[in-house]
Design a protein. Structure first.
Length: 232
């Protein structure tokens, strides 16, 4: 028996390689416009601008992506119109999973874990992404459903409402800011999929820190290990 009954995942950055997807989309858009931008600086600029756009007011994630694209382009001196910036949300369904994603999900599902997704996305965009996965998910909680974006608590509170009382629930995510911090605040066990080897912030260590989803699947299905670990 696995150590958890339900495991919910952040999607983009945890299951899906969003950085590669975003970088490719921006480079293609810039090339079409005859603009050169430094590939290595696209994701840092995006990661800085997107949270600010999400904080302004709730709007569909398609709009968040487009407005963030305009902000990133401006950062590089590229005058990008909002309508032209639709290239970014249109690219999202093509973003691919990490190589370890489906094998880990299949292992967890076969072990009896119910799998879910809590994502800052629109339902129709996530529907395109779900075609990349080899397992089913329930619950699925999106920004479109709760009309807010993580790290706000609505995703987690809605998931708690949908998950049966008494179920052993773990949330797994790559983003310390968007997922680990609110889980720590709400008392939800969280596994940090720390693919980049980042340092924990003021909220403290998660219940488990792992470098990839293969490690998560191995840990969840191996009851010989304790719940809390001091590192990856």
């Amino acid at each position: 028996m696995p150590r958890f009954d339900v495991i919910t995942f952040d999607c983009y950055g945890t299951l899906i390689d969003w950085e590669t997807g975003i970088r490719k989309a921006f480079l293609a858009g810039a090339a079409a416009a005859g603009v050169k931008i430094p590939p290595e600086k696209v994701v840092p600029a995006y990661a800085e601008i997107e949270p600010r756009v999400e904080e302004e007011a709730y709007r569909p994630y398609r709009e968040v992506l487009a407005r963030t694209a305009v902000g990133v382009a401006k950062h590089f001196g590229w005058k990008l119109a909002l309508e032209t910036a639709r290239f970014l949300p249109e690219s999202l369904p093509s973003w691919a999973p990490f190589p370890d994603t489906n094998p880990a999900l299949e292992k967890l599902s076969a072990a009896g874990c119910r799998l879910g997704i809590l994502s800052n996305v629109d339902d129709d965009l996530l529907a395109g992404t779900r075609r990349h996965f080899s397992v089913a998910f329930a619950p699925i909680v999106t920004a479109a459903q709760v009309r807010s974006y993580k790290p706000a608590h609505a995703h987690f509170l809605e998931a708690r409402r949908r998950i049966p009382a008494g179920a052993r629930w773990l949330h797994a995510a790559q983003s310390y800011f968007h997922d680990v911090v609110p889980c720590k605040t709400l008392g939800i066990p969280v596994a940090w999929i720390n693919r980049k080897g980042e340092k924990a912030g003021a909220a403290g260590a998660p219940e488990r820190e792992l470098r990839d989803l293969a490690g998560l699947a191995a840990w969840v299905t191996d009851e010989s290990e304790p719940l809390t670990s001091g590192g990856p």
